[in-house]
Design a protein around this ligand. Structure first.
Ligand code: ZN
Length: 366
């Protein structure tokens, strides 16, 4: 056998030997191979192809020898070179095709959608817990014949203080408590301003509630924020008495917290009402007993009562200031903070949660 033929056999043998590492996997159709392993193998196969069929491969070298072989052996040698080359290229191509199709089907399997699985829940937005609470309260008062009134948040001194019978020099007017803007305006420190404007506009009789944001210069902590929400109610008509006030507040709290809820009034003082009272209601957690699960109730701190807001009969000065004759009409007003109610209802120990807009917190109210 000529040297050239021996060389060719050596090329073929060395190819077959190296190809062994692919042939076992190929025989099984790569069954059970992980996608990542198959992709790695495909990369190795690419390098293997370059090594055995590229310009610098032994078989390409053998091709160049054809011209140098003696003329009578050239055709025979050429044929053998071609057949070895075809064998090498065929084996590699077959493996590549099979591996590619295996990778394709493995990917399809991985990305396949199982239509029998439950769908992913799409989270939609929802109302803020403060809004939900406000709506609940509004619904109760609307059903009792109250209209919902809204107005501006930046007010003059007149509406924020004078019209509410808060005299110059009263501590509430101090700039350490109130946000003053340039030009003598202030961010309203209570929603009573809405009542004044409504009485001026509509006169008596009138029955409104005014929910809204109010502003005070408080340093934020667990129970204070510089902006918070109030709801105030106002009822002015002929022959309105303290009994109507007590009946209205009691009925509202019963509808909020259940039929058994009791209400109590304690004497209080507000410049815009006379007489004035602060109102409490029996604790919804311990039903007014002060004890919950054999311990002191945390919601009412063991007292059985929860302090909620202020109220009273509208001061004659306030009625007169709005052009309503206090000898013909009388009225009551009440007000309370929404954050405090929300903190009690949802057992929050920090009302700042209501302002931080952390969805992990807000989602609980979905
Ligand atoms: Zn309690």
């Amino acid at each position: 056998m000529s040297d050239e033929k021996q060389q060719l056999e050596a090329i073929r043998d060395s190819f077959e030997k190296e190809f062994d590492r692919f042939s076992d996997a190929l025989k099984d159709g790569f069954r059970g191979m992980k996608l990542s392993a198959a992709e790695k193998l495909a990369k190795e196969l690419g390098e293997f192809r370059v090594k055995h069929t590229g310009k610098k491969s032994p078989i390409s070298g053998a091709m160049k020898l054809i011209g140098r072989v003696a003329p009578e052996q050239r055709a025979d040698f050429g044929k053998t070179v071609q057949s070895v080359r075809a064998r090498i290229e065929g084996r590699i191509a077959e493996t590549e095709d099979s591996l590619k199709s295996y990778i394709r089907s493995a990917k399809t399997k991985r990305e396949a959608v199982d239509v029998t699985l439950p769908g992913r829940r799409v989270r939609s937005g929802h109302l803020h817990p403060m809004t939900l609470l406000r709506h609940k309260i509004e619904d109760i008062f609307v059903s009792m014949g109250y209209a919902i009134e809204d107005d501006r948040e930046i007010e003059t001194d007149h509406y924020n203080f004078d019209a509410l019978n808060i005299p110059v020099g009263h501590p509430a007017r101090e700039s350490k408590d109130t946000f003053y803007t340039t030009g003598g305006f202030a961010l309203r420190s209570q929603t009573s301003t809405v009542q004044i404007r409504a009485m001026e506009r509509r006169g008596a009789p009138i029955k409104i509630i005014a929910p809204g944001r109010v502003f005070r210069r408080d340093t934020p902590d667990q129970t204070h924020t510089p902006v918070f929400h109030q709801i105030e109610g106002l009822c002015v008509d002929t022959d309105i008495t303290m009994a109507h006030l007590k009946g209205t507040v009691s009925e509202w709290l019963r509808r909020m917290y259940g039929e058994e809820t009791k209400t109590r009034f304690r004497p209080g003082y507000f410049p815009f009402t006379e007489p004035s009272a602060e109102f409490d209601f029996s604790c919804f957690k311990c039903s007014g007993t002060g004890e919950f699960e054999e311990a002191k109730c945390g919601t009412c701190r063991g007292s059985g009562w929860i302090e909620l807001g202020g109220c009273g009969m509208v001061h004659p000065n306030v009625l007169e200031g709005c052009g309503i004759d206090h000898k013909v009409y009388s009225g009551f007003a009440f007000g309370f903070g929404l954050e405090r109610m929300a903190a009690l209802m949802y057992s929050l120990d920090d009302i700042r949660l209501m302002f931080e807009n952390d969805v992990r917190f807000l989602r609980q109210f979905y």
